[in-house]
Unconditional design. Structure first.
Length: 102
């Protein structure tokens, strides 16, 4: 195992970890093995009974969940980009070691 092999293995392991983290950033996965399910659709204001402003509260709750979904999606995209970038760096190391290039 050469010096470059060690770096490539480290980069590949980092890529696997980025992929693992990406898979954890899924709202549905947060509720696995629980009796709770993630919200689907709009929150019904009726769940708050006759509380004044129930409709506004339901709208705010939906807004929060939309933000959570958006942030998790952005995190997943970033982890995908990290994994891809690490793969490119590993490929560059391989090319440098063999003297080939694209």
């Amino acid at each position: 195992m050469g010096f470059v092999d060690v770096h490539i293995q480290a980069l590949e392991e980092c890529g696997r970890q980025a992929n693992r983290v990406k898979n954890m950033l899924d709202l549905d996965d947060a509720f696995v093995n629980t009796e709770v399910t993630p919200p689907r659709g709009d929150t019904a204001s009726s769940v708050f009974g006759t509380v004044e402003g129930a409709e506004g509260l339901a709208t705010k709750i939906d807004s929060v969940w939309a933000s959570v979904r958006s942030e998790l999606s952005e995190g997943r995209n970033r982890m995908t980009n990290v994994d891809r970038a690490l793969g490119q760096v590993a490929d560059n190391f391989r090319d440098a070691e063999t003297g080939s290039g694209a």
